[in-house]
Design a protein around this ligand. Structure first.
Ligand code: HEC
Length: 191
């Protein structure tokens, strides 16, 4: 009897994990970038850039407090968890109606004056993601791994790992932005 109840409980948990239970809609890329990736990456960069050693080639452990490590761990976890949501989503939505994509006006203005600046607007970004969802998921997983590495570095205060991840983070972001945002460059100045 108890065994049966236990088995049912386990089965329904599995269903929930698989997304068969009542579920919240998958957050958009735009929501993830503006509310999760940007602020938490900033936290990581702020703490690490204040902790450079005298030579500037690594981090000085004494400059990272326990509170800092707690913030780093939380930031890493937030990045990891949201990146995994994006990596595992059945369908990734670039932006919901009304969500603003950075650079979208510039893209419009540039095309009006005959410039080839192909950056963001939701339709373009969506088309780029839909054309290669597997690569999008792969790039999201790279970010999830970076977040996870920080979560794992925190309990042992592994400054070498933190330095490595923090200084490579920009490339992790760009690795997806170049493919799916169209550009990482600012738009050309309209003449
Ligand atoms: C798996 C793909 C992917 C990864 C990894 C990724 N991004 Fe993005 N990001 C996008 C896409 C696509 C856009 C353009 C669409 C948009 O703005 O929502 C974007 C746009 C942004 C924007 C502009 C948001 C706006 O206002 O329109 C910011 C800021 C940003 N990303 C920050 C980051 C940071 C910081 C990282 C790394 C820690 C990162 N992203 C990693 C896919 C990614």
């Amino acid at each position: 009897m108890f065994k049966t109840v236990g088995a049912i409980a386990v089965a329904s948990c599995v269903l929930l994990l698989a997304g068969c239970g009542p579920k919240a809609p998958t957050p958009t890329v735009n929501d993830s970038m503006t509310k999760v990736m940007a602020p938490h990456t900033q936290t990581i960069w702020d703490i690490t850039s204040n902790a450079f050693n005298a030579k500037g080639d690594g981090l000085d452990p004494s400059k990272i407090s326990s509170a800092d490590w707690a913030r780093l761990e939380a930031a890493g976890r937030a990045l990891r968890d949201r990146a995994l949501v994006l990596a595992e989503a059945k369908h990734v939505t670039a932006a919901a109606p009304g969500e603003h994509i950075m650079g979208q006006e510039a893209a419009g203005a540039a095309s009006k004056i005959g410039h080839e600046w192909d950056a963001a607007n939701a339709t373009r970004v969506q088309a780029m993601i839909d054309a290669n969802p597997a690569l999008f998921a792969e790039r999201a997983r790279v970010l999830a791994e970076a977040g996870d590495a920080i979560v794992k570095a925190a309990p042992t205060r592994d400054v070498r790992k933190l330095y490595e991840v923090s200084s490579g983070m920009d490339e992790v972001c760009d690795g997806c932005h170049q493919k799916f945002w169209g550009t990482d460059e600012p738009p050309p100045f309209p003449r």
